[in-house]
Design a protein around this ligand. Structure first.
Ligand code: AMP
Length: 450
């Protein structure tokens, strides 16, 4: 099948060929013809399958046949994170080259003013995160009754992030006669229920099982017998200090560890920077741009911030922690080995991670071999041999220091209390943080709210 067979206009075919694509991917071949015919589509596909173009192309096709009205967008794309929204916007710009279509990117963490100006002038498409979109709606700056085409991207991630009530509201604010293109990598029951309620006889297009890890990615484990952070950071650096490591993304389970690991790598002279939901949007954007351009070699990230990022040339993914959810492992290591390239993933394992690792191997149906790291043993010996600080009377184990043997992480003080854990999940979700009233920041107040 070629792009010519999909029912796209000559202008779009030109833009596709300028982007260098010769053949539609399976999700594009499956979804585009239905979308062009005006049908609802349920696309079950992960990032990396070309799903963005599978909704952006038909959307542009549809928009090219009408004009924008002030404050009444004709189409709307909802994504869970700001980075993903920005990525979709980039795609939209690439494929709509040469057409006079206007777009408004409505994401949190940046000022309302410029977004409102674009809304006032009239945008053909809004690309938005749920919180910021509803904020604009709440301020009376836009009406969704003119939306003819609604796209929902990465619905399962919105579920993880607590966005389902927002999504339900957005569905109810758009006219029932709209067309809906709905994408999700997995179909938990909450997502199926949304589909049943808000889509009309959708065409289901499914590509690649969500639990499969790409054959292009070589996966390894680095086992250490201490759960202390310093040992993990040492193991990480030894694993990073190999010839084939050109660049990489290092995933941590917690935002605090993202900062700590990034600082530690910087201290050891590595080109590394953190990215997570608590950082300023401008900082996140600059960090990503530096990583994409190659100026920054290592990105230390939380799952949410790095979810769905399309950076084609990442040689390595490092898991500083085994993710809490096994499917996050698949998403994480999928950041490498893209576009047919070879990739490698390295996961640091401590005795406390046995259960999480078992969940990963059960899901991926693959045993992960150990990475041969001859330098590791002596590097670990070095940190455990260090003499106690001068003046410290306590035995090394009495008062755990950064480099002292410690209780497994689960028992440490760092473990959030169950209430805190709930809050941090909510907080971790990149929800637009300038939305008021905001749900439970707890004692943390981002700088821009002070
Ligand atoms: P996505 O799944 O939308 O994030 O896309 C993953 C990557 O595939 C992006 O870098 C796209 O630019 C690229 N891509 C999308 N469609 C095609 C295609 N038909 N042929 C080759 N690459 C594509």
């Amino acid at each position: 099948m070629t792009f010519d067979d999909l029912g796209l206009s000559p202008k779009l075919l030109e833009a596709i060929s300028a982007a260098g694509y010769t053949e539609p991917t399976p999700i594009q071949a499956g979804a585009i013809p239905h979308a062009i015919q005006g049908k609802d589509v349920l696309g079950i596909a992960q990032t990396g399958t070309g799903k963005t173009a599978s909704f952006t192309l038909p959307l542009i096709e549809k928009l090219s046949r009408g004009r924008a009205k002030a404050r009444m967008p004709r189409s709307l794309i909802i994504t869970p994170t700001r980075e993903l929204a920005a990525q979709v916007a980039e795609n939209f710009e690439t494929y709509s080259a040469g057409q006079k279509l206007t777009m408004a990117l409505l994401i949190g963490g940046v000022a309302f003013g410029p977004q409102e100006e674009i809304l006032n002038r009239g945008a053909d498409v809004l690309i938005a995160t749920p919180g910021r979109l509803l904020d604009h709606f709440g301020r009376g700056k836009l009406l969704l009754t003119g939306v003819q085409l609604l796209v929902v991207d990465e619905a399962d991630r919105m579920l993880d992030m607590g966005f389902i009530p927002d999504l339900e509201k957005i569905f109810s604010l758009t006219p029932p006669r709209r067309q809906t293109l709905f994408f999700s990598a997995t179909m938990p029951k909450e997502i199926q229920s949304l589909v049943d309620r808000f889509l009309k006889a959708p065409e289901r297009v499914e590509v690649a099982r969500p639990a499969t890890t790409s054959a292009n990615i070589e996966q390894f484990l680095v086992r250490i017998d201490q759960s202390i952070p310093k040992a993990k950071r040492t193991a990480l650096r030894v694993a990073m200090d190999r010839e084939n490591v050109r660049n990489g993304i290092i995933f941590c389970n917690r935002k605090r560890d993202v900062d700590i690991v990034a600082r530690s790598l910087q201290k050891h002279g590595l080109s590394a920077a953190p990215i997570h939901g608590d950082l300023d949007q401008s900082e996140r954007t600059a960090t990503l741009a530096n990583f994409k351009s190659g100026d920054l070699k290592f990105l230390v990230a939380s799952d949410v911030a790095a979810r769905g990022l399309d950076i084609p040339d990442v040689s390595h993914v490092f898991n500083f922690d085994v993710p809490h959810h096994a499917d996050d492992y698949v998403h994480r290591i999928g950041r490498t080995g893209r576009a047919g390239r070879q990739g490698e993933s390295v996961t640091i394992i401590t005795p406390a991670d046995d259960k999480a690792l078992a969940a990963v191997t059960k899901l991926t149906k693959k045993d992960i071999p150990d990475l041969d790291l001859p330098a590791l043993a002596s590097a670990l010996d070095e940190i455990s041999d260090r003499k106690p600080r001068r003046g410290s009377k306590s035995k090394p184990t009495a008062k755990p220091r950064d480099d002292a043997p410690a209780k497994p992480r689960e028992e440490s003080k760092e473990k959030p209390r169950s209430k805190d854990r709930k809050r941090s999940r909510r907080h971790d979700n990149d929800r637009d943080q300038d939305r008021l009233p905001t749900i439970g920041f707890g004692d943390h107040v981002p700088d821009f709210m002070k």
